[in-house]
Design a protein around this ligand. Structure first.
Ligand code: AMP
Ligand code: FE
Ligand code: FE
Ligand code: ZN
Length: 284
């Protein structure tokens, strides 16, 4: 595999990133990455463009996705690598997720519109056609209307999960997520599991259940994990022989996260590749 940092968690305009998959690859090349994974929320639509874009660049592309799951009102993000993008059960679930996210965003916007001058068209104007819609697009619309300085400010205020405008979207349980990803030949890695202050994080008992069900790894190094949280995750990963990843969660201009601000060791990526049977990396 190529040299240079390995960043296994990024978003394009196929979900809530601000760069097209092709532009994201160009940014990854500029940042000097050796390997980049595209992990758009609930969508594999960007895979082809990213795979084509790495050709001749020396950058390696890892097809991935960040699957939305939830435990009650708590949203849990599950990274998935190298699965079969045509797996019927996974395709059905992600289609349902994207459609429910659309309706949920509409409902949130109609609530917000009682107090602020904002329309559904404002939100659609912030997303590419077919994108996985989420609060980031509503945030961009609020920014465009001058109600927030940037996405982060919108999330701290109007879009906060305790704001009164928030509503969850339908999503499978993390357990179902792990099963769907494994059935599709992919490797499930729990994303930023030790966040504090933003939204509650997954209880340890659930984590043990997921490991039992085939969870492949945990994202130990991520800016949203607290230091004690990361240490605890690394300890759990060692004890259960889980893959440990680190990544940026780059969203282009949508978040301050910079490519390769956290990265994954080559032997850990190798473990992902070895476990996967659903699709293959693209060496550019
Ligand atoms: P949703 O899934 O629609 O509830 O929105 C959650 C998404 O918003 C996640 O994918 C995050 O990347 C993004 N997000 C969460 N907090 C922030 C923030 N403070 N600034 C920008 N984006 C955020
Ligand atoms: Fe996101
Ligand atoms: Fe996430
Ligand atoms: Zn993400």
């Amino acid at each position: 595999m190529t040299s240079g940092p390995i960043d296994l968690h990024t978003h394009s305009s196929v979900s809530d990133g601000t760069e097209t998959p092709g532009d994201l690859v160009a940014s990854a090349v500029r940042a000097g990455l050796g390997v980049v994974a595209l992990t758009d929320h609930d969508s594999t639509t960007g895979w082809q463009e990213a795979a084509a874009a790495v050709r001749g660049t020396g950058l390696t592309f890892v097809p991935g996705m960040e699957l939305s799951t939830r435990i009650g009102p708590m949203s849990v993000h599950m990274l998935a690598y190298l699965f079969d993008p045509t797996s019927p059960s996974l395709v059905r679930e992600t289609e349902r997720l994207r459609s429910d996210r659309l309706h949920r965003a509409e409902r949130m916007v109609s609530r917000i519109a009682r107090d602020y001058d904002i329309t559904w068209d404002d939100v659609l104007a912030q997303a590419t056609v077919g994108a996985t819609l989420g609060r980031p697009h509503i945030a961009d619309a609020l920014v465009a209307r001058g109600y927030a300085r940037d996405r982060s400010a919108a999330f701290a205020g109007i879009l906060h999960w305790r704001s009164g405008y928030y509503e969850p979207h339908e999503a499978p349980s993390p357990l179902t997520g792990v099963q769907l990803i494994r059935e599709a030949g992919g490797v499930p890695v729990l994303a930023h599991p030790a966040t504090r202050g933003r939204e509650p994080s997954i209880p340890q008992t659930h984590l043990l259940e997921l490991i039992e069900a085939g969870l492949g790894g945990v994202e130990v190094h991520h800016r949203d994990n607290t230091d004690p949280g990361s240490a605890r995750l690394a300890e759990i990963a060692r004890r259960h022989d889980l893959i440990m990843t680190g990544s940026s969660d780059y969203h282009g201009a949508g978040k301050p996260n910079r490519l390769a601000e956290n990265s994954t060791a080559p032997d850990q990526l190798q473990r992902i590749v070895d476990q996967a049977t659903g699709s293959v990396i693209v060496v550019g």
